[in-house]
Design a binder for this molecule. Structure first.
Ligand code: PLP
Length: 363
């Protein structure tokens, strides 16, 4: 497969001039990435997990390639509905309020017997998938939502309880099983999980299986991308006739199309360590703070190891540590892999600095 390698080159002049910091989204890169993924997946249904980045311009490009959107709150549901009224929607997530639980969606992912009881008591109809948290070993994941005691989904006992509740009524239609067990796994590990989930679903006699998201991305090695070819081929082999398999990735779809572009304000040496202070910081892009990594960036000129920090008065406002880059005040800094879980997970109002601008290139 012609994986699109990250364009490790600086963005065009127009993208980096004007008000900084800015999030710059390359819609052409997203479009090409989605075409490759779609081709690799064949008949496997693809939903986009909107919580990774709900930016309307990104959703517009994604809508051309996905079968639906997965939302995890009433807010996301209203957002997607307003922009794409005809798109199929799957609604998941723990702690749904009645209003959320009773919304009309294509697929409702039931997270607990309690949710199902409320749904049944409402007298409404719905097409549901039961979210299972299978007891399977999950090694090498960056986050685990399953494989042990977590608040996500139900263990097989909880599922059995739901199946009893669902018997002898027709308002709530059991369509199948949903499982989103881990994130940060490569294709072979994802296929092993898929096999375990499918085994379990077949035991229940259901034919619609949502295998979740969580396909790995590497911030340490941006060129190492999830192997969609192997994954797509593997799922095609696992699938039996009559089965509908669906996945709902977020990060692996949109992370590569976004950059956070800013400017160096100050450079200083403190107790021997070289710091570059840039405009903005982790209140715009919390990703490096939450994941504990150095946000990958374009190195225009190599230099002495420099720690790149933002404007916040906290040592947590560190974007990248000891990067071998030469920076002077006024220089542009371009962080890559800023298209998912970046702006929308950040604490924008902390310290009341200005918000970034948003630019879209490539379309
Ligand atoms: C967050 C989430 C996803 C997407 O996860 P990624 O790691 O962004 O691919 C998919 N399904 C559910 C239920 C989620 O909570």
């Amino acid at each position: 497969m012609t994986a699109i390698l990250p364009t490790q080159t600086p963005m065009s002049e127009t993208a980096t001039t004007g008000r900084l910091p800015a999030f710059v989204y390359d819609l052409a890169e997203l479009d090409a990435h989605m075409k490759d993924i779609r081709a690799a997946l064949g008949d496997i249904e693809l939903y986009y997990a909107v919580k990774a980045n709900p930016d309307p311009e990104l959703l517009k490009v994604l809508a051309r390639h996905v079968d639906g959107f997965e939302v995890a709150s009433g807010g996301e549901l209203a957002h997607v509905r307003a922009l794409h009224p005809d798109m199929p929607i799957a609604f998941g997530g723990p702690g749904k309020t009645d209003e959320e639980l009773f919304s009309a969606v294509t697929r409702l992912h039931v997270e607990s017997p309690g949710e199902l009881r409320r749904l049944l008591a409402s007298g409404r109809s719905a097409d549901v998938l039961l979210r299972v948290n299978l007891d399977v070993p999950i090694e090498g994941a960056s986050l685990a939502m399953g494989g042990g005691a977590t608040p996500f989904g139900m263990d097989p006992q909880g599922i059995a309880e739901c199946l009893e509740l669902l018997a002898e009524q027709d308002d709530i239609r059991l369509r199948g099983i949903h499982a989103h067990l881990a994130s940060g796994l490569d294709a072979p590990r994802m296929l092993e999980l898929a096999a375990a989930i499918l085994d379990y679903a077949r035991g229940l006699g259901v034919t619609e299986i949502n295998l979740g998201g969580g396909m790995a991305v590497s911030y340490a090695d941006p060129g190492r991308r999830f192997d969609w070819q192997t994954y797509g081929r593997g799922l095609a082999e696992l699938r039996r006739p009559g089965e509908v398999l669906r996945i709902e990735p977020g990060r692996s779809l949109t992370v590569y199309c976004g950059r956070y572009v800013t400017r160096v304000i100050d450079v200083k040496r403190v107790h021997g360590e070289l710091f570059a202070v840039v405009a903005g910081g982790t209140h715009h892009i919390r990703t490096p703070a939450t994941k504990g990594h150095s946000q990958p960036m374009i190195i225009r000129e190599a230099g002495e190891p420099t720690t790149i920090v933002g404007q916040l008065c906290t040592p947590k406002d560190t974007l990248a540590r000891r990067v071998p880059v030469s920076l002077r005040p006024g220089d542009i800094v371009e962080f890559i892999m800023a298209g998912a879980y970046a702006w929308n997970i950040s604490h924008h109002d902390f310290l009341m600095h200005p918000k970034p601008s948003f630019r879209y290139v490539g379309e």
